[in-house]
Design a protein around this ligand. Structure first.
Ligand code: FRU
Length: 453
């Protein structure tokens, strides 16, 4: 087991959004926003990792890097498509108006242009960055179509005889919007429509639109939706949607869900897995660099892969069967019996991460996982990381789900810097980044009984 088992982490230095997530030629490919030179955000590359099972990941270094005028200041987020046996990657090329001469990884006036680029590969391993790139959608100059600067993150899919590309954008920096293009060959793109919505914040990032059976789900990361969000103003949301590609219409409901009820999950991306399930993976924002002996300092990691399902208008995020298999075959699950005898867990190497805990919580019970506390309060599931987030200011410490009815069944995944709590088979998930989790020597899990007033 390596530290990239179960959760993919930065191989050193900086990572953010998952990009180009796809099952292609017998393997899962997960690309990601990557700054390979320092543990800070900078000129974006696409890092590349592969896996046979979504659980064991192998890093392959940088796949995409700036080479052209259009992407000279970064290869921003995008997606993958298999077409005629080839792997097509679509991404946003960034060109700064004025790079900072003192640090070319940043720009002086926060002005830049965005174009949508395409690069294809015969095998998903080799990418010709020097002569294999082409512009799929040039810089948009008309604000009624999109924004010259903030139009990005192409998500491409096929439906019948058309390919569609959805982009995140903004109308006058006031209203977030999605921009949709259409294509017959996945190479030449025709402008379709600009769709503004209050649900998209002021700028929309990383939109995703996909079918579950006959219904559509919209997922995206609107910016500035919570002015006082306890650390971040931008959050990933999802909702059932009605989409008519021919007519270029997208209808969204009034209400939306958060993709996750912790604070840190952002920029999710979905695709279908080997068996055709819709799977989501997302970036876990980290406020602090991790420094460990023998490792390059790193910052940024991915969530667990989650199966997305729509039941009666509610979006569920379930534990992926490959994760189930991993815990059944290779790893321990702590159940009710072990929790009751928390002091007597034996045969578990306490240095080994991650671990999984499955239990039911009643009102008044608190589950304490190395300092991370989970409980239910009048039907709301809550998690408090104050003991395992020490010294990090300005971030919300207590997370809560919407109210649940009936029983509270928890399926919890604990990794050194991330705890993911699946409530009632993925009805809601709370994921939070943690630092300095205590490793209980006499059993890592305590269930404390307390009486609420
Ligand atoms: C979301 C995002 C994307 C952009 C990328 C840049 O986290 O801002 O919109 O493409 O990150 O790294």
């Amino acid at each position: 087991m390596t530290r990239h088992t179960l959760h993919l982490k930065a191989p050193g230095n900086w990572i953010n959004d998952p990009n180009g997530f796809i099952y292609y030629k017998g393997r899962y490919h997960l690309f990601y926003q990557y700054f390979p030179y320092a543990p800070v955000w900078g000129t974006m590359h696409w890092g590349h990792a592969v896996s046979r099972d979504l659980v064991h990941w192998e890093h392959l270094g940088a796949a995409l890097f700036p080479t052209r005028y259009e992407d000279q200041n970064g290869c921003f987020s995008g997606s993958a498509l298999e077409h005629e046996g080839k792997l097509y990657l679509y991404y946003t090329g960034i060109h700064y108006d004025m790079p900072d001469p003192a640090n070319i990884h940043t720009c002086l006036n926060d002005e830049f242009t965005a174009s949508q680029l395409l690069i294809s590969s015969e095998d998903g391993m080799y990418f010709d960055n020097f002569s294999g790139k082409r512009v799929a959608v040039p810089v948009i100059e008309d604000e009624n179509m999109g924004d010259r600067k903030d139009t990005r993150d192409p998500k491409v899919w096929r439906d019948g005889e058309y390919f569609y590309m959805i982009l995140g954008s903004t109308y006058r920096k006031e209203t977030g919007c999605a921009v949709i293009y259409k294509s017959k060959d996945a190479v030449n793109w025709e402008y379709g429509v600009q769709l503004r919505s209050e649900r998209f914040g002021r700028i929309l990032e990383c939109p995703d639109l996909f079918k579950l059976g006959q219904e559509y789900v919209f997922m995206g990361s609107p910016m500035y939706i919570e002015e006082d969000a306890g650390g971040y103003e931008h959050h990933a949301v999802c909702m059932p949607a009605e989409f008519d590609g021919e007519a270029g219409e997208l209808k969204l409901p009034e209400q939306y869900q958060y993709v996750d009820y912790g604070l840190d999950l952002y920029a999710p991306q979905t695709n279908v897995d080997r068996e055709g399930r819709r799977v989501m993976i997302a970036w876990m924002r980290m406020p602090k660099i991790v420094e460990e002996p023998g490792e390059k300092p790193w910052i940024g990691m991915m969530s667990l892969p989650r199966v997305v399902e729509l039941v009666d208008g509610h979006v569920y995020f379930r534990v992926h069967p490959e994760v189930e298999k991993f815990f059944e075959q290779e790893y321990s699950v702590l159940g009710e019996k072990e929790l009751k005898n928390a002091g007597e867990i034996s045969g578990i190497n306490i240095e080994e991460y991650p671990y999984r805990v499955q239990t039911k919580l009643k009102e008044g019970e608190i589950l304490n996982l190395g300092g991370y506390k989970i409980w239910t309060e009048r039907g709301f599931v809550k998690a408090d990381r104050s003991e395992v987030f020490a010294g990090i200011g300005g971030h919300r410490l207590v997370s809560t789900t919407p109210k649940i009815e009936g029983e509270c069944c928890l399926d919890i995944f604990v990794d050194k810097n991330l705890i993911e709590v699946f409530v009632n088979d993925g009805q809601y998930v709370i994921s939070n980044v943690v630092y300095g989790l205590r490793n209980f020597v006499r059993g890592r899990v305590e269930k404390i009984w307390e009486i609420w007033q």
